[in-house]
Every structure is written in C-alpha cells, then in structure tokens.
Design a protein around this ligand. Structure first.
Ligand SMILES: [Fe+2]
Length: 444
C-alpha cells in the first residue's frame, strides 16, 4: 500500500497537471501537452497564406506546424514543410483555475502556398501531433465562393451554440470562412468560456478560417493579485487568434481591426468598442481602395439596433455616413439578440434616384440569449434614415450563408434547425447600380 501511494505521488509529480487540481473541471478545459483550441485565421493573402494558433500546457516550450499539399495517397506528409512556431504564455487572472493558470499558445503563419489548392497541416511539439487537418487556399481569381456569418454566441455556448455552428457547416460545408460578429463569450477573461467556444466549434475552427470580431463582452475588468484593473480587451484574444496587424492604427486596435480580400471581395472588420473615430478614417481609406466587386463590413454594435431603437449609437453617428457614401454593400452586425435585415437608399451622389439600393444591414444572433424587436424604433429609423426593414425575428438562433457569384450576392439566413428563414439577392451591374431580388423561400 505504502509503495502504491508513493508511486501515485511520484506519478502525480511527473504529471503536467495533478489530478486534484482539475477536480470539477470539464476535461476539455484542461490544457495538456497535446494541442487543443486549434484555430485557423487569415494572415496575408488568402490565396497564398494562412495562420494557425493552438494551445498546450506550459510543458511545451518549442512547437511546430507542418504542411503539405493534400493527396489521395496517405504518403502526402513526405513533402511536408515544417515551420517553427512562435510561443507565448498566457497567465489567467485571479478567476483562472490553477490547472490552466499559465498555458502556452503557439502560432505559425504558413506562406508561399499555392492558390486554390487543398493543403493538410498538423501542429505539435514534434512528438505529440494533432491530426492532419485540411483546408483550401483561395483562388487568385474572383471566382464564386460562400462564407458564414454568426451573430452573438455569448451564453450557454457549449450547450446551445454548438448546434448552430455545426448546422451551419452541414448547410455550407464548403464555406471559405466564418465571421463571428462579436460577443463570442460572456466574460472576456473567463478561460472556461473560451473553452466552451473552442469546443463547440471543434475541428470546424481548425478547418475553416475564422474572422473574429470584438464585441463589448470581449472587454472586461481584470482581477490580478486581488487588485482590480481597468476594463480591457480579453487577455485571450491576441494569444489565441493570429490576425493581421494594421500598423497605421493605434496599437490597441491591432488584431481587432483588419481587412481581408477574398476572391475579389473586400471584408473590413472593425472594433465598435473603442477608438471609433480613428476607425472612421481607416474605414474611409479602405472603402476608397481597390476596385472590388463587393464590399462587406462587419462590427458588433448595430447601426440600426432592432430592439433598442434610436438610442445613442457610435456606429450610426460615426460610421454610417461613410458606409453609405462610400458604397458598402453589406454590413453584418450583432449585439442586439434579435434578427433584422433592412436597407437604406444609395447616397453616393446627390443625383441618385431616391429609391436606388444603397447599403444592406443585418443584425443577427446565434446564441440563446434573446431580446424583443422594437417596432416603433424601426419605424423611427425609417422616418429619419430611410431604413426599410424587410424581415425581422425574435426568439430564434440563426446562422447565415452568403454566396458571391460575380455580380450577384445571395444572402440566406437559416435557423438553428437548418430551416431557411430569409433569402435575398443583391445584383450589381458594371456601373455599380444595384437591385434587391427576392429569393422565394419555398422554392429552395
Ligand atoms: Fe454585445
């Protein structure tokens, strides 16, 4: 017996995580030497590069990623190229659990990839590897593609958001990326909530590039050594997402304000929580840049909040005039825990016909927290801003699939059960004139 106890004690000392420390934890919260929370992002041209980030316990000091063109034959790893990872430690605040107090996040940017090719990659420490995970690089041409968009996940993420992200990928398994429009979790620095978000998406997060957007719940006060520190962005954000850095912007906005150009479509990601005026300059610059067929902008706080009406809104005051003047086509938002799609008239010149289609705005929600629609508020938006609300919903979890097909952009909102709820196409001619075309739902 004595020998047994001694052996168990010895084994526990050797273990990276002692069993008693993890009591009460869900097994997927606990970091180990095996890679978990593997998350694919864009970093550079989506046709030739991609970034991956993953977590281990702190015993893994050196990590690697390997990548090869995927082939039918299982011998594809023979041609794999190895990358050294950048490793950074994440130490949690006072609410962090002892077994995850300090973990390691590793990241690699794959570059010099070939356009429109299926690749397989794996991550690990050289001995303990993930599975080989496949993704396709973007084409270098403006070919058709589709992407996903999710409103707030935020609450009961493991329990009730998981079904939404999984149904989304069953509906559009070939989606090129997934926009998460803020409030991914409820408490910015709570590791167990990020564990839920990462677990709910599982391998989907590793296969399909994520485009995360900062929400107000990604900001919170930090408790360190019994001291309260000011509200700040989630301590998880930068370690766990490897995102483009816009050097022209204040450091605080790095990796939460960025732009992706995917097969001729510009996607601008903004952070509606802070430094909104600085981002107005950035937004204007970006919308003025290039000759893209479609321009999509995503941020958390809606320009036209479906449940809160005319209350003060930074995004309406500071960004809406630019979005409309510069011709943003589609604005994807969250925060209001309802569903609404509407559009404002075109305002790029004073000579526009009054009813010419301008910008389409969508607010959506993917998690289970629900608010009610304020019809009176939507009426005020119509009177004051010309917003025509086409479709609303309450008490429904949604995901959206957006198809880009040359001069036609098709937008579909599906419920958590996979039912099509709302569908419309925007058609744009070579002169930039647009019209909304109804897609009959019953005929899908
Ligand atoms: Fe929010």
């Amino acid at each position: 017996m004595k020998i047994m106890v001694g052996l168990i004690t010895l084994l526990c000392i050797a273990c990276p995580t002692a069993a008693h420390e993890t009591a009460g934890a869900r097994h997927w919260e606990v970091a180990s030497p095996d890679p978990d929370r593997i998350f694919l992002t864009f970093h550079g041209d989506p046709a030739t590069s991609r970034a991956v980030t993953w977590r281990t316990d702190k015993s893994v000091a050196r990590a690697y990623a390997e990548i090869a063109v995927a082939t039918h034959a299982p011998s594809f790893p023979e041609a794999a190229r190895r990358y050294d990872a950048t490793t950074e430690a994440l130490t949690l605040d006072d609410n962090g659990k002892p077994f995850n107090k300090t973990t390691h996040y590793h990241s690699v940017v794959f570059n010099e990839l070939k356009p429109d090719k299926l690749y397989a990659y794996r991550v690990g420490d050289g001995k303990r590897w993930s599975e080989w995970i496949q993704f396709r690089t973007a084409s270098d041409q403006a070919e058709p593609f589709r992407f996903l968009y999710f409103g707030d996940a935020q609450n009961e993420v493991h329990s009730k958001w998981s079904r939404v992200i999984r149904m989304a990928h069953r509906t559009a398994p070939d989606a090129s990326f997934a926009i998460h429009a803020g409030d991914l979790v409820d408490q910015a620095h709570a590791d167990h909530e990020w564990a839920e978000w990462m677990t709910a998406g599982g391998h989907l997060h590793a296969e399909t590039a994520g485009v995360p957007v900062m929400g107000n719940h990604e900001y919170g006060k930090l408790m360190l050594d019994g001291q309260e520190h000011p509200r700040r962005a989630s301590i998880h954000w930068r370690p766990q997402f490897t995102l483009p850095v816009e050097e022209s912007l204040p450091e605080e906005l790095h990796e939460s304000v960025y732009t992706i150009v995917y097969q001729g479509v510009q996607v601008i990601v903004l952070n509606s929580i802070t430094k909104v005026e600085e981002q107005a300059v950035y937004l204007k610059q970006k919308l003025d840049e290039g000759n893209y067929r479609w321009r999509v902008v995503t941020f958390h706080h809606p320009v036209f909040a479906p449940s809160r009406g005319e209350k003060q809104s930074n995004t309406r005051d500071k960004w809406k005039p630019i979005l409309e003047k510069m011709g943003a086509d589609l604005v994807l938002q969250g925060h209001d825990h309802t569903y609404a799609r509407g559009q404002t008239p075109r305002r790029s010149t004073d000579a526009e016909p009054k009813d010419a289609l301008g910008t389409v705005y969508v607010t959506s929600v993917s998690g289970p927290k629900m608010y009610e629609i304020d019809q009176e508020g939507l009426g005020q938006f119509q009177q004051q801003h010309g917003l025509v609300t086409a479709k609303t919903a309450e008490n429904t979890q949604f995901f959206q699939v957006i198809d880009v097909k040359g001069g036609r952009l098709e937008y579909r909102a599906y419920t958590a059960t996979g039912s099509l709820y709302d569908a419309v196409a925007i058609e744009k001619d070579e002169q930039g004139n647009k019209q909304l075309i109804a897609i009959p739902i019953g005929h899908e």
